[in-house]
Design a protein around this ligand. Structure first.
Ligand code: HAM
Length: 427
């Protein structure tokens, strides 16, 4: 137990973490270009935020939340997603006072007690954006195009963007009624969960993973059959904007997202190469969520991308990421008496922006050279008594396998002139 991580969680180690940093950095750059500012919210929130925000009849709230009572007898939940918390933060911090729309992004761990499998974890990471305060269909198109832009810059191929309109409070009652008419004769064949959903939220039945429910839902009416004029116009405009910027999409009238807050546009991006958990991102509009959380009516839209699934897709597609190299310089010593001088040189190199390393296990010179090779050091600076007395050191080029004496006063310039900037920094 003590040496095993909890089921559905991962350690991300050096060697792997550079890929994460690369994708995170790229996402941050895209956010800067699109005008999104970073929001950091707590890892835990009051349970009610999610039960009300995400929806009582969703899988997330019904069975996947990590909920506990804290020492002050409050019900607390580890965040299963980022949207409800962003809405809470918008209200809490009175961001209505800012010029609208307010464009935010976040990334970090989310928690869902789901059955772990490839691409599905109990602690996973999302990168997400949320825009508050605009009804404009151009914002819907912008967030969709932005998600696709991120995948494109990472180099992912063969993705499918599915879009749908899930209607609004005006058209939903009509859909609800038609869905109930459709499922009523088959009520006994629905899973126990969906029998409950039949009354509470029949749209959820279309999202059930149970085979029998899926089969019964195959010919059910869809949101697109009942859209009101306003929703239909909005959806057509979103598609028009996507066409304008050449973002290909598939209209999927069966797309029901796993969270209840959506209105109007809903979308999901699927990757072909990663098996059953193919959704590498999804989002949509949620014009009623702010009010449901006790705020003034404020439209919102956003998406979240699953970082584990993005990296899994990249791996399956053979995409390579820049990996960090070893230190630019390894400081080796002949004999242990020069430890202090080696330590001083090491610190001085680092303070001048050169990634440097040394031995910490009292290795022999030969073993130090081998260790430097394993670390991937570009240069080894060898300190010896006799050379130090003359103010020089032997500098070995680990790539060429050659060495030469360099004056200690010129060492930094020598390294800088012969090593590119990134390599100096250990990148
Ligand atoms: P979601 O579809 O629940 O939406 O999650 C978004 C993405 O997170 C999924 O497409 C998937 O890539 C990843 N994901 C979800 N669950 C797991 C898991 N157990 N393991 C690994 N990856 C997972 C939301 O969370 C909404 N908050 C998105 C949104 C933002 N809608 C509007 N704004």
């Amino acid at each position: 137990m003590l040496t095993t991580r909890p089921r559905g969680t991962n350690d991300i180690l050096p060697g792997e973490v550079e890929k994460w940093q690369y994708v995170e950095q790229l996402a941050r750059e895209v956010c800067r270009e699109y005008g999104y500012g970073e929001l950091r919210t707590p890892i835990f929130e009051h349970t009610e935020l999610f039960s009300r925000g995400v929806g009582e009849t969703t899988d997330i709230v019904e069975k996947e939340m990590y909920t506990f009572t804290d020492r002050g007898e409050r019900s607390i939940t580890l965040r299963p997603e980022g949207t409800a918390a962003a809405v809470r933060a918008y209200l809490d911090n009175k961001l209505q006072a800012l010029p609208q729309p307010v464009k935010l992004y976040y990334m970090g761990p989310m928690f869902r007690y789901d059955r772990p499998q490839a691409g599905r974890y109990r602690q996973f990471h999302q990168f997400g954006v949320e825009v508050f305060g605009s009804h404009s269909p151009s914002i819907d198109a912008e967030v969709i195009a932005m998600a696709m832009d991120i995948y494109r810059r990472i180099g992912l191929r063969d993705l499918e963007l599915h879009i749908n309109s899930v209607g609004c409070p005006k058209c939903r009652p009509g859909l609800r009624q038609r869905l109930q008419e459709h499922f009523k004769p088959h009520l006994a064949k629905l899973c126990p969960n969906c029998q409950g959903r039949f009354e509470r939220n029949p749209l959820r039945i279309l999202d059930c993973k149970n085979e029998s429910c899926q089969e019964l839902g195959r010919h059910a009416p869809t949101t697109l059959d009942v859209l009101c004029e306003e929703c239909e116009t909005h959806f057509n405009q979103v598609k028009g904007y996507l066409d304008t910027v050449g973002v290909p999409y598939i209209v999927n009238n069966r797309l029901v997202r796993g969270l209840d807050y959506y209105t109007h546009t809903a979308f999901e991006i699927m990757a072909q190469d990663i098996g059953a958990q193919s959704s590498i991102g999804g989002g949509g509009r949620y014009n009623g969520l702010m009010e449901a959380c006790g705020g003034p009516a404020t439209p919102g839209i956003g998406f979240a991308l699953g970082l584990e699934r993005i990296l899994l897709t990249a791996e399956r597609q053979g995409i390579t990421f820049p990996v960090s190299r070893g230190p630019a310089v390894f400081v080796a010593t002949v004999g242990s008496e020069l430890e202090k001088q080696a330590f001083a040189l090491l610190q001085s190199l680092r303070q001048q922006g050169i990634a440097a390393e040394k031995d910490y296990l009292a290795r022999s010179l030969k073993a130090q050279m081998k260790y430097a090779g394993k670390l991937g050091a570009r240069w080894v600076v060898i300190l010896g008594e006799e050379e130090l007395a003359r103010g020089v050191a032997m500098v070995r080029d680990m790539q060429a396998g050659e060495q030469q004496e360099v004056g200690l006063a010129e060492l930094v310039n020598y390294i800088r002139n012969t090593t590119n900037n990134n390599q100096c920094r250990g990148l």
